[in-house]
Design a protein around this ligand. Structure first.
Ligand code: IDP
Ligand code: MG
Length: 145
């Protein structure tokens, strides 16, 4: 089993798409093992998107991520990182395969409804913004121990 992070972005939050997106995640068979609603500080938004610092879209992206709260979910499943990225779809909703979350709910390359960690390493860094004491060995087992 692998874990990854999904962030429901402010555009989707404001359009009241949180329930639809979580329903999709459950329908795909992922287990939700952490969930949080959070208003990001500037510093937290910058941690998430540090690799894009200096690009044209960096500052608008940081402002966008602070327009409204986000909902972060740690989800677990087989090949979770890659499979979630597939279900999320390409960055530009117009290029995303039909029935991906971004094709369904994104409205532009910037306002594309969700973020999914790109790698295990990215997940381990990003998860700490929302769940500082998260240990990557945690899994659904914690609910039964
Ligand atoms: P990803 O979210 O599909 O991994 P990245 O290239 O890592 O895409 O970009 C991170 C986020 O930055 C995107 O999801 C999107 O919100 C925003 N972004 C990326 N490229 C552009 C752009 O060309 N214009 C506006 N926003 C962009
Ligand atoms: Mg990315």
């Amino acid at each position: 089993m692998e874990q990854t992070l999904l962030i429901i972005k402010p555009d989707a939050y404001k359009r009241k798409l949180v329930g639809k997106i979580i329903t999709r995640i459950e329908r795909e068979g992922f287990d939700i093992i952490r969930i949080a609603l959070k208003s990001l500080t500037e510093e937290e938004a910058e941690i998430l998107y540090e690799v894009h610092r200096g690009k044209d879209f960096f500052e608008p992206l940081i402002l966008f991520m602070r327009e409204a709260p986000v909902v972060a979910l740690v989800v677990e499943g087989k090949d979770a990182v890659g499979r979630l990225r597939e279900i999320v779809g390409k960055t530009n909703p117009d290029e995303a395969a039909s029935d991906t979350i971004r094709a369904l709910y994104g409205t532009s390359t910037g306002r594309n409804a969700v973020h999914a960690a790109e790698s295990k390493e990215a997940f381990e860094m990003e998860v700490r913004v929302f769940f500082p004491d998260f240990k990557t060995t945690d899994s659904t087992d914690i609910f039964y121990s």
